[in-house]
Ligand binder design. Structure first.
Ligand code: NAD
Length: 649
């Protein structure tokens, strides 16, 4: 972009010191670089402020256009990247609508809106709404060549908004604005410098045990305190997500994993002494888990907190810094994650990039020390290709069709109850949801009845318990699922709606069974990722196992049998990413179990120790002794013949 800076806006947050009279007053020069202000030191606090000036060609033609060209949606604006840093060093910055108040470990929220001729910015102190911070800012511009400065602040807090181009005008106004509802995607040009910053911070100060425990503890604490806010953000992204499901799947799972990491971290970090074998005595050897550097995390939309924070927490536990890219389909959650991380973790150690596939592709091409990708198999292939450029080590957590296999001996009602949970939790939008069920031929109709009973008990005959039934994330996904039903209809496949009916306006898709679909039906070709459940009858266990093996290795497998030999036969005869016997989903939640796919359903694993190891370099260290037989192994070898004869046997 060319042209002069014709308007920039800065907003300064000043915290009044505890003692009366020492009002801190940051002054931020307008410039296109980081402005550092430490004039708040009397409050024992510094605020690092970064603004991006808005540039245009100087004609003032159209402010919307200016915003748009600056990459700013005109329905919003808080075009500031802000972070506070207690030590006075540069902090890693993203486009944040949040200021961390380091001194009080609290959060200042900033809401901002813009219309064609004014920008309003309001802040409030979330933890102490009546406290002594809370300045309000109002900026008008720009066509009028004026900037209003508003020093209205409760109890003497001070703020300043300035322009170096236009005249400064003071005109107190109050504005009460909603918090920003949207935020700006990361620009591709920001990615590499952010990674570089994370890496140099890491190099300068690699997190030790105390630091890692502290980070994990603060992340846990912040998430627990903000659980309702998290559920609200996720709910907005889904338009409706059963709150209990969010608390369990995006809350409990993360807390559980962090607890597990914290409990075992000291032990995992210890070097493991290993024997050298008699030929190399009296040397010693050990394996030392070393942090790798910066781990990239790309997350999908279906459990947008869980699948962002568990890899992130694991990477932090292993002593790395983390660069996270949440899904573009969950912008509210992405904003929540950004603010949560800003609150919990010093900004130099984590960063968040936002954006869609283009940013994802550029992100995957960064030279990370490790990259954890969770998403579809198709995108996983692209990620692997992008990572190949730097030989970036990968953990690929992908999808696929995960079968439930009910054996002859297992009570159908019990199987139906547990399959119903696995399938309709999050409306089937779960990577390890049972994708289809294999059931003995004579029991198919009993299973249909039992599943109907489950659906009606859970959601009501007419899907009246809508609160507990999650919606399909977006119209694209809804139409994809609807396409499977239309395709099944055109093929004459029997479809059984278990409760209620579809409502595209709400993206409400009821639990629906498809009975014995042919293999060429779309629903049997692709991962379903929704509340539709094909039931396939089989005549013998061997036939069922052969069916599973004729398809891609699944991410999860759910054998249902109380007969140990039957379970062993299924486990022996197949290979899946993970297994829950006589239930669904649960293997994901167990901290001691590595989680990951196999073949097209993924590569590598994480959770607990497996994740810690994957995101560490297992450094082999050999310690030679003062005296070593190795010193004798040199020409002329005739002198060491006796030793060579001894070891070569
Ligand atoms: P997706 O693959 O479309 O997107 C995942 C992430 O990748 C998003 O953040 C997206 O922006 C990013 N992305 C898109 N194009 C990219 C590219 N070219 N390079 C790099 N990143 C890119 O997946 P989704 O629709 O968000 O999630 C659903 C899929 O994820 C399903 O297949 C599901 O099975 C799978 N999944 C797997 C797990 C697991 O743990 N194995 C968990 C949840 C979801």
């Amino acid at each position: 972009m060319t042209g002069a800076v014709i308007q920039g806006f800065d907003f300064g947050i000043a915290e009044q010191p505890h003692f009366f009279g020492g009002v801190a007053q940051p002054k931020f020069p307008l410039s296109d670089h980081l402005a550092w202000c430490d004039e708040c030191t009397r409050a024992n606090e510094s605020v690092l402020f970064h603004h991006r000036a808005i540039q245009h060609d100087g004609t003032h033609a159209n402010q919307n256009g200016i915003f748009n060209r600056a990459g700013v949606d005109d329905g919003l604006v808080a075009d500031g990247d802000i972070a506070a840093n207690p030590g006075g060093k540069a902090a890693a910055l993203g486009v944040w609508a949040i200021v961390t108040d380091v001194y009080h470990r609290a959060i200042l929220d900033i809401g901002a809106v813009a219309n064609t001729d004014e920008i309003d910015i309001a802040t409030h102190h979330r933890e102490r709404p009546d406290g002594h911070i809370v300045p309000q800012h109002h900026v008008t511009d720009h066509g009028t060549h004026r900037i209003h400065e508003n020093t209205l602040a409760k109890r003497g807090g001070n703020c300043a908004i300035r322009s170096n181009v236009h005249a400064l005008d003071s005109s107190p106004r109050t504005t009460t604005l909603p918090r920003m509802e949207n935020f700006i995607d990361t620009q591709p040009s920001e990615l590499a410098p952010t990674l570089q910053r994370l890496r140099s911070n890491w190099q300068a100060s690699k997190p030790d045990y105390a630091q890692r425990m502290d980070d994990l503890g603060r992340l846990r604490h912040a998430l627990r305190l903000r659980m309702d806010e998290m559920a609200e953000a996720v709910g907005k992204d889904f338009s409706h997500r059963a709150k209990a499901e969010t608390r369990i799947a995006d809350g409990m799972t993360v807390l559980n994993d962090i607890d597990h990491l914290r409990k075992h971290l000291r032990k995992w970090m210890r070097p493991t002494r290993v024997g050298v074998g008699w030929r190399f005595l009296p040397a010693r050897a050990q394996v030392r888990p070393m942090p790798l550097g910066v781990v990239g995390v790309i997350a999908p939309w279906n459990y947008p907190v869980n699948l962002a924070l568990i890899p992130l927490a694991t990477a932090l536990a292993a002593g790395n810094h983390v660069y996270l890219k949440p899904s573009e389909h969950t912008p509210h959650t992405a904003r929540f994650l950004r603010s949560l991380l800003a609150e919990a973790i010093a900004p130099g150690r984590v960063a968040v990039a936002t954006g869609g596939a283009d940013i994802g592709a550029a992100f995957a091409g960064l030279p990370f020390d490790h990259l954890v990708f969770t998403g579809s198999t198709a995108v996983g292939r692209k990620v692997m290709a992008a990572a190949a450029a730097h030989l970036t080590p990968l953990t690929l957590e992908l999808g696929g069709k995960s079968p439930a296999l009910i054996a002859e001996d297992y009570p159908i009602e019990h199987a139906a109850a547990r399959i119903a949970t696995g399938k309709w939790f999050n409306c089937g939008q779960t990577c390890i949801a049972p994708d289809y069920v294999l059931v003995p031929k004579g029991k198919r109709d009993a299973l249909v009845k039992a599943l109907r009973d489950e659906a009606v008990t859970r959601y009501g005959e007419n899907l009246t318990n809508l609160d507990d039934y999650t919606r399909i994330i977006n119209a694209g996904q809804y139409n994809r699922l609807k396409g499977y039903l239309d395709d099944a209809k055109s093929r004459g496949i029997e479809r059984v709606t278990l409760a209620g009916h579809a409502d595209p306006a709400q993206r409400l898709l009821p639990p629906t069974l498809l009975l014995d679909p042919s293999d060429d039906a779309l629903i049997m070709q692709e991962e379903i990722f929704g509340p539709l459940l094909p039931i396939k009858s089989y005549r013998s266990l061997d036939e069922a196992i052969a069916y599973i093996n004729a398809h891609d290795r699944p991410l999860a497998l759910y054998p249902f049998s109380h007969n140990r030999a039957t379970v062993e036969k299924i486990l022996h005869g197949t290979l899946a990413g993970g297994v829950s016997v006589n239930d669904t989903l649960f293997h994901f939640a167990i901290g001691n179990l590595p989680f990951g796919g196999v073949g097209p359903s993924g590569m590598g694993a994480y959770h607990g120790r497996a994740g810690f190891d994957a995101m560490s370099k297992q450094l082999p260290v050999f310690w030679q002794a003062r005296r070593s037989g190795g010193d004798l192994l040199k020409p002329p070898y005739s002198k060491a013949k006796w030793l060579i004869d001894l070891i070569v046997r």
